[in-house]
Write a protein that binds this ligand. Structure first.
Ligand code: BVP
Length: 200
């Protein structure tokens, strides 16, 4: 008898829209500061791109960090379109176990509980038990990791999972080698992806 397919879903930019949440809050809190349109985001870290692009603006990095370090930032992140619906359907599929695999930010005070609250609120109480919080996703065992971050590295050189890159503005120009992409949760591609993995 075959084992279940263990699917690890990243949270930020796969389920919860960190980039949109950031953009909206930043524009609201710092309307006089320069900003990067969401379509022009390149590279995983917002702060890095802002500091590089606006190096003449004093403290712009702090302004950026103030946004995601703030209370309620992670809690109030909007959903990625179709993500919650797809995740629920995925979890109901026969032969599939779903987990949420997410890394906290350095200033974890609000981020940690708010990630739990977000999952509880958007996916339901039974999903809280599926959360895996770690800075090192290579230490997590699974068959498939759906994640927007291109450089997922850690203690294990060859993780058990295969990384499928979830498309985000910041990774569209990145070299992802032989890895597959999942562009969204809305066009049904995710079902094919899961069926492919189940047949292995
Ligand atoms: O806690 C989240 C948000 C944070 O990194 C974590 C996402 O990790 P993954 O689980 O998706 O790998 N984060 C932080 C910054 C800026 C830090 Br400086 C950012 O620009 N984007 C981002 O996702």
């Amino acid at each position: 008898c075959k084992k279940n397919l263990r699917v690890l879903l990243d949270m930020d930019q796969v389920l919860a829209d960190f980039e949109l949440g950031f953009f909206q809050e930043y524009r609201k809190k710092y309307p006089e500061y320069p900003y990067i349109e969401m379509k022009d985001r390149v590279g995983f870290f917002v702060k890095d791109q802002y500091e590089k692009m606006f190096s003449s603006v004093p403290n712009i990095g702090n302004a950026v960090a103030n946004i995601y370090n703030a209370k309620k930032f992670f809690l109030n992140l909007p959903e990625i379109e179709g993500a919650v619906d797809a995740a629920k359907k995925l979890a109901k599929m026969e032969g599939v176990d779903v987990f949420i695999c997410t890394s906290p930010i350095e200033k974890y005070k609000y981020c940690l509980p708010e990630k739990y609250e977000w999952v509880h609120k958007h996916l339901g109480p039974e999903w809280v038990a599926r959360i895996i919080l770690t800075k090192d996703k290579t230490m997590v065992n699974g068959h498939l990791l759906i994640d927007d971050r291109v450089d997922i590295i850690g203690a294990i050189e060859r993780p058990s999972w295969e990384h499928v890159v979830f498309s985000a503005n910041h990774n569209m120009k990145a070299d992802i080698g032989k890895r597959r992409r999942l562009d969204n949760w809305t066009n049904g591609d995710w079902k094919e992806l899961i069926e492919d993995f189940k047949m292995r």
